[in-house]
Design a protein around this ligand. Structure first.
Ligand code: OMP
Length: 208
């Protein structure tokens, strides 16, 4: 059974993936809403439902393999790889210091296309870092599929770097869905919309 995006938004909220408080995000940024997709490893049905929706977004995108941005997107990449019977490669956060000394695990060849999977894009910095590693290894990367685009400039930064981003939710539509379902109130909606406007990452200089 496929969940609608509205159902999925509510299920993610109820699983604790949406935190509504003043939170310190990556490198000292503050945000009134934080989306913590790591919790879905504890909810296998939800993991499958999110993966199915991501698979729909990529069915017309040519790719030889997929790679999840470590670590949060790795479980999603595994499920998508199995469901679509498409090989996966894994990027390490640090190069392995012994034996193979690799940064990328798995089998790939120069000029093969790799689709990147990510949970959240804010400035686009994390995703871009993974893309740069893949490109250095000779892989072609033109598309990324993500769960949440926070609309803070990351998608434009990625677009400027030759990456088309397909997202399941934008922060605006996720917030609207949660508001409709009675999970967040009017004041919180306003606070989040103000945050989106005020906290923008536009240029590569702003990437963290
Ligand atoms: O720090 C964030 O901006 C962030 C916000 C959020 O709601 N959820 C979240 O997981 N993050 C983290 O921020 C990363 C994306 O931020 P950028 O690298 O700026 O695009 C994600 O991979 C997460 O590590």
């Amino acid at each position: 059974m496929t969940s609608t995006l509205q159902d999925l938004a509510v299920q993610l909220f109820d699983a604790g993936a949406v935190r509504l408080e003043d939170i310190e995000a990556k490198v000292g940024r503050r945000t009134p809403i934080y989306f913590d997709l790591r919790v879905i490893v504890s909810h296998p049905k939800l993991m499958v439902a999110v993966s199915h929706q991501l698979e729909k977004l990529i069915k017309d995108v040519h790719h030889d393999m997929i790679c999840g941005v470590p670590y949060a997107a790795l479980p999603l990449a595994v499920v998508i790889s199995i469901n679509t019977d498409r090989p996966m490669i894994m990027k390490r956060k640090e190069t392995k210091l012994y034996a193979t000394k690799k940064l990328l695990e798995g089998v790939y060849q120069k000029n093969q296309t790799c689709l990147v999977v990510e949970d959240v894009v804010t400035s686009g910095g994390s995703l871009l870092e993974t893309v740069e590693t893949l490109r250095k290894e000779g892989l072609i990367v033109t598309h990324a599929v993500i769960v949440l685009e926070r609309e803070q400039g990351g998608a434009s930064v990625l677009e400027a770097n030759g990456i088309t981003v397909k997202s399941l939710f934008t922060l605006t539509n996720l917030v609207r869905m949660l508001h409709k379902a009675g999970r967040i109130d009017n004041d919180t909606v306003e606070l989040i919309f103000d945050h989106i406007k005020e906290c923008q990452f536009g240029t590569k200089d702003n990437l963290e």
